[in-house]
Every structure is written in C-alpha cells, then in structure tokens.
Design a protein around this ligand. Structure first.
Ligand code: ZN
Ligand code: ZN
Length: 117
C-alpha cells in the first residue's frame, strides 16, 4: 500500500509492512496493494481455507468461507502494513506466476505443486 511520509509517497507490502526500496521484488494488486516475494513464499506454504468470508486486498473481491486465503501469521507493527491485509488463493497463484516470469528474480514456480483448489 501507499502512505505519505515526509511529503513523499512510500510504497510497502500490505501483508508484512516492509517498505519498498525500489530493488526488492514486489507484485501490485488493485488500489496500490502490494505483495512482496517473502510474503508470497509464506502464502504458498501456509494458504488454508478461511473460516469466515473475507475481502481480498489484492483483487478486492469478496470470498465465501472455505476459500483458501492467507494472512501474515506474525505481522509485527510496521506503519506500512495494511491491518486488513488478506489475500485469496487465486491472487497468490497469480502473483507466483508473475514472479516466475520475471527473469531477474530468483523464483520459479510449479503450478502443479499449488493447484487451484
Ligand atoms: Zn511482505
Ligand atoms: Zn484476490
């Protein structure tokens, strides 16, 4: 997400709150939402069915209980974090695909290891 700090705009990962240093790999969703590569790796490993309905921070869609999702398990208290940050599995997969395509980033993804459902 974006915030104003000292008259400038700072971009940060919605899920862990780490600020973007213009080097770090980041994937953008709707309304300036951002998922960093560290969070993507966690999301791929930890995604699980949500107990309640939720709105995905990246695609802004509402999802029913039982939809696989991910929220950061121990997000800390950085100002750049979105307290409502939650990502649906479809967006996790989309982000993985995006990082996978970027040859400058050391991340390769096998979709069959993380199927749609
Ligand atoms: Zn992050
Ligand atoms: Zn989503």
């Amino acid at each position: 997400m974006q915030r104003n700090e000292d008259g400038g705009i700072v971009i940060s990962c919605d899920f862990c709150g780490v600020d973007w240093d213009e080097e770090r790999a980041m994937v953008e969703g709707h309304k300036g939402s951002v998922l960093c590569l560290d969070c993507l790796n966690l999301a791929l490993a930890q995604g699980e069915p949500a107990e309640d309905a939720f709105t995905c921070t990246m695609c802004l869609q509402e999802h029913q209980p039982g939809t696989r999702w991910w929220v950061h398990p121990s997000p800390g208290n950085l100002p750049g974090r979105n307290p409502e940050g939650a990502i649906c599995w479809a967006c996790v997969r989309l982000a993985a695909k995006t990082y996978h395509k970027d040859k400058d980033i050391d991340f390769r993804w096998d979709p069959s290891e993380h199927p749609k459902e």
